[in-house]
Design a protein around this ligand. Structure first.
Ligand code: NPQ
Ligand code: MG
Length: 369
């Protein structure tokens, strides 16, 4: 495939409600989109970096600069590319998995549209719909949280994830369990907000029968997670720490996690995400698909990934209206608590050009010759 150039497009997506985590409160998603022009087809990629480096070290301006300054010129110098070639071309450049993923995703979308194959077909999807979970932000009060959870359960969500931080952990979990009973699938996500010194406190979550606790300790603290796993009955799941298939293999070998959250942007692409899935499957470690408040583009790709056989837990693959009143593609909706895997070529979703134009804050064309 020969690429004529790539467009970087910044869009501002207001959230339906503020989303608070242990690292901050978001009211608007600042998204970098990548469009590759491959002549016969175009392809779209979504960068999941945030405006500020609060989830991981990447941020949107940095990702745009990396693409503009290094990734696009490297691609332009190649005679022809597909997604596998893109990964090899990007390999010398250290880090920046979210920037690389956005470009890889756009190239893969274009390539699959030309081949008439869907993302799910390419990745190895074995389901036509995937169970949907929802991530519920930190609230000011427990009654507010209970009202939010009640709404999501009424909408059909099959699993609830509560964001936690020191001072907002045992109480909200106890209240949600007490109110909604032992049968709901419930888990928590700390986004690195604790240290190993909190191990005994975190073990007090054990009586609430959580599916897992996600990333309680810092990203680079694999040993700490392994120690924590010895003193908690609740399974430890890693998100931020799993930066590659090798990191997943290491974490599993060290006993640092017994469940893995897979986010393509965090591991450098959909091809690497599939390798993380394969490593976990080979080790009997259940995985689920994380979320980064994606638009319909990133959501389409994630839903396809989540249809692979090793994704045995509901993911943060929520319906579009969990985050956005109006999306830039047709919205993903809940059907019986599930989201449908697109079957059309490439991402299998089309851009709503009027919505996209409305949301756009900047565009930049990078010609390849
Ligand atoms: C997680 N996502 O699993 C992340 C973190 C997260 C759905 O809980 C703006 C952009 C706000 C990305 C908030 C979910 C965000 C964001 C949270 C990612 O850890
Ligand atoms: Mg997480």
């Amino acid at each position: 495939m020969k690429i004529a150039g790539i467009e970087l497009r910044r869009i501002a997506m207001p959230l339906v409600a503020p989303f608070r985590t242990s690292f901050g409160t978001e009211t608007e998603r600042d998204v970098l989109l990548v469009r590759v022009d491959a002549g016969d087809a175009e392809g779209w990629g979504e960068c999941v970096a945030m405006s500020e480096p609060l989830y991981s070290y990447e941020h949107v301006d940095g990702a745009a600069e990396l693409i503009r300054r290094f990734l696009a010129p490297a691609l332009a110098a190649a005679p022809a590319v597909d997604a596998y070639a893109v990964d090899e071309i990007f390999q010398p450049y250290k880090g920046h998995p979210m920037a690389k993923t956005a470009v890889e995703m756009a190239v893969l979308d274009a390539q699959l549209r030309i081949a008439g194959m869907s993302f799910g077909g390419f990745l190895g999807a074995v389901r036509d719909r995937v169970p949907a979970g929802v991530s519920v932000g930190i609230m000011d009060t427990v009654p507010q949280l209970l009202a939010a959870v009640e709404g999501y359960l009424a909408a059909g969500y099959l699993r609830i994830k509560l964001k936690i931080e020191p001072g907002w952990d045992l109480e909200p979990v106890r209240a949600v369990r007490e109110r909604f009973g032992p049968d709901i699938l419930l888990q928590v996500d700390a986004n690195t907000a604790y240290t190993l010194a909190d191990a005994r406190h975190l073990a007090r979550l054990d009586p609430y029968d959580l599916l897992l606790i996600e990333q309680p300790l810092p990203e680079d603290d694999l040993r700490g997670h392994a120690e924590l796993a010895k003193v908690m009955r609740t399974p430890v799941c890693l998100d931020e720490s799993i930066t590659s298939a090798r990191a997943a293999a290491d974490a599993i070998a060290l006993g640092a996690c017994s469940v893995v959250n897979i986010k393509p942007g965090r591991v450098g692409g959909y091809l690497e995400a599939r390798r993380v899935h394969d490593v976990c499957a080979a080790n009997g470690v259940p995985v689920w698909c994380g979320g980064m408040l994606e638009t319909g583009l990133g959501r389409a790709a994630n839903v396809a990934l989540a249809a692979l056989p090793g994704f045995v837990l509901p993911g943060d693959t929520s319906a579009s209206d969990r985050y956005y009143r109006a999306d830039i593609t047709a919205p993903f909706v809940l059907e019986d608590g599930h989201v449908r895997v697109p079957t059309a070529a490439g991402l299998g979703v089309e851009i709503d050009t009027a919505q996209l134009a409305d949301r756009t804050t900047a565009t930049e064309w990078i010609p390849f010759s």
